[in-house]
Design a protein around this ligand. Structure first.
Ligand SMILES: Cc1ncc(COP(=O)(O)O)c(C=O)c1O
Length: 582
């Protein structure tokens, strides 16, 4: 083949110690690829002034005019169809021609800094700059801006299953896979001990010859000592090295960049076997949410609480669900009253003020441009603890506030109605845990919901300790019998805000209302039944435990109250600042 044809360039971008040299060796074994080992290294040393033991030698032997290297070396003519360029992300320094990013196929190789840092060579001390993870994110971001998000491959995938990882990468790069990338160099065998320690297929141990390679850069004797001993992607060690505490801060600075890229990797290895495929969200628009956590607004994937938080340690938190209608938060003050009452009942300390909670709600809604058809899960935890444990005495940081606003239409079928079954799990009585406290210790309700799911019902009715109906696992409940509307006392159920609103509407509509103990058979034989809750509003129930309610259709009283509720949500509510109706 002539040495003057145009080649397709493949750029590999990574941090140091990420198996990038091993990957380059694997590509070098193809018959259609020539490889270049860090062609922009000299330019990087010249521009940054970075010290290296081989600095002078490198500057004298390698072209340090980066833009010329890009034009003549990286994109210059060649003898093979492809040219593979291994780059360290930090070598993409300012001043390089933008041809570099605009041309060729790019991919990103990542590795957990937890694995990079303990083995970071002593050629240069590890630093944020030397790792270049921020540069890696900036490369990713720029390629995304060009509309060409690069494939991302995690080094751990190469270690676990080199063939699958290489095939996947070739597919992403739209080049044919070649078995030569995994080619054996003769009959050598892996040492039995290493096989026993790291159970990988024998072929994966024989990918390339040990020792120096012709493609290696000048810096190889300093940097490639361990890779020269290897003949394959050294498999991940079963146990990590102890992490040096001197590098803790650097790890903390670097991890978010690695994690951000990892989220976009083709495949992510997990400690517990193969991960599930990414699930689809019920409302895809919720993929890009901004969430209030603690004292800041963060993107969905960063919206996390500490493992020391009371909600993790003991479900020790209180919460509210609120709905947004046409620029207004419905019953905001009533929800905040209940939130603060719950926090007081649980003896929380250092609770944020009402004004602060309101501001957090408004700021979150406005940041998300959520002014209608949205629901807020508002959580206040007892806060972070100084050490794991049960005692509120460990809570020395103050409460944690979470404002999770999502696009969420009413969650039940309010037109056709829902079916319920009765759960065997009883609703908490004030003897154990007062259900007037709206707390996050929801296992009581979740067990009932599990029963409902298993029975393929929409939700489950929960009875009180004496066998009377209390509510469903997630809503309050009403019935109509001979024109009279009834609902259980709020002794064993949450005194719902929608429940209270609907009770007021019943009176306004001149209907008769009774609040009393109601048995299950009264629900089975009711003319109409509906549930109430902020999340689902008023939801008709058409079947309970296999008994059809009324004629199995939405009844007239239910419909009347649904309309009255709809009108009320359109009328009242606390306006969200800055909202103007279009
Ligand atoms: C168990 C339970 N019942 C009833 C409700 C309905 O309450 P609200 O009308 O205040 O939303 C909820 C909502 O959080 C709930 O969790």
């Amino acid at each position: 083949m002539e040495g003057n044809q145009e080649v397709e360039v493949i750029h590999s971008w990574s941090a140091p110690r990420s198996l990038s040299t091993s990957l380059m060796y694997s590509f070098a074994q193809r018959d259609d690829i020539e490889v270049l080992d860090e062609p922009l290294y000299a330019n990087f040393l010249r521009v940054t002034g970075a010290e290296r033991p081989y600095r002078e030698e490198l500057l004298s032997k390698m072209d340090s005019d980066g833009s010329r290297v890009v034009k003549e070396v990286i994109f210059g003519p060649g003898a093979k169809k492809y040219r593979y360029c291994k780059h360290m992300a930090k070598q993409r320094v300012p001043g390089l021609t933008d041809e570099l990013m605009k041309k060729g196929k790019h991919f990103i190789l990542i590795r957990n800094p937890l694995d990079i840092l303990p083995s970071f060579d002593k050629v240069v001390p590890p630093s944020f700059l030397e790792l270049g993870l921020a540069d890696l994110v900036s490369i990713y971001s720029e390629l995304c801006e060009f509309g060409r998000p690069p494939p991302i491959i995690d080094a751990s995938e190469l270690q676990q299953d080199p063939e699958a990882a290489l095939r996947g990468l070739c597919e992403d790069l739209d080049i044919p896979f070649q078995p030569a990338m995994l080619k054996s160099f003769g009959p050598r065998k892996c040492a039995p001990t290493s096989l026993a320690m790291h159970p990988i297929s024998p072929i994966a141990c024989l990918l390339w010859e040990a020792g120096r390679k012709s493609v290696d850069g000048i810096w190889a004797p300093w940097w490639y000592k361990s890779v020269h001993k290897s003949t394959c992607f050294t498999s991940a060690k079963p146990y990590p090295l102890p992490f040096p505490s001197s590098l803790y801060d650097l790890l903390e600075q670097s991890l978010p960049f690695y994690n951000m890229l990892r989220r976009h990797a083709r495949q992510v290895s997990s400690l517990f076997g193969s991960p599930l495929p990414p699930p689809r969200l019920p409302v895809p628009a919720n993929e890009k949410l901004l969430v209030w956590v603690g004292d800041e607004i963060v993107p969905r994937e960063s919206a996390k609480v500490s493992v020391f938080d009371s909600v993790v340690q003991g479900g020790d938190a209180v919460w509210e669900g609120l709905r947004i209608y046409d620029g207004k938060v419905f019953k905001l003050n009533e929800h905040l009253d209940r939130l603060f009452d719950s926090a007081k009942a649980l003896a929380f300390n250092n609770v944020p003020t009402r004004k602060e909670v309101k501001e957090a709600i408004f700021k979150t809604l406005i940041s998300n441009s959520m002014f209608d058809n949205a629901h807020i899960r508002l959580t206040l935890t007892r806060g972070k603890k100084v050490t794991s444990g049960m005692s509120p005495g460990f809570n020395l940081y103050g409460c944690t506030l979470i404002v999770l606003a999502e696009w969420k239409p009413p969650v039940y079928d309010n037109t056709g109605g829902i079916t319920l079954v009765t759960a065997t799990t009883r609703r908490n009585s004030p003897n154990n845990l007062d259900s007037k406290i709206h707390h996050n210790n929801l296992l009581n309700n979740i067990l009932a919901k599990v029963e409902g799911n298993l029975a393929k019902a929409d939700d489950a009715i929960m009875l009180d300790k004496d066998g009377y109906v209390s509510e469903t696992n997630a809503t309050n409940i009403f019935l109509v019998k001979k024109g009279c509307v009834m609902t259980p006392h709020a002794d064993y159920c949450l005194p719902g805000i929608t429940r209270a609103t609907v009770m007021e509407l019943v009176i306004k509509e001149n209907l008769v209302l009774q609040e009393r103990r109601i048995s299950l058979s009264e629900f089975h034989t009711a003319d109409e039944v509906w549930t109430t809750g902020t999340m689902g509003e008023l939801t008709p129930v058409v079947m309970i435990d296999g008994r059809v309610i009324g004629d199995g259709k939405v009844g007239p009283v239910t419909r009347r109250l649904q309309n009255a509720y709809k009108n009320l949500t359109a009328e009242i509510g606390v306006p969200i600042p800055t909202y103007t109706r279009i």
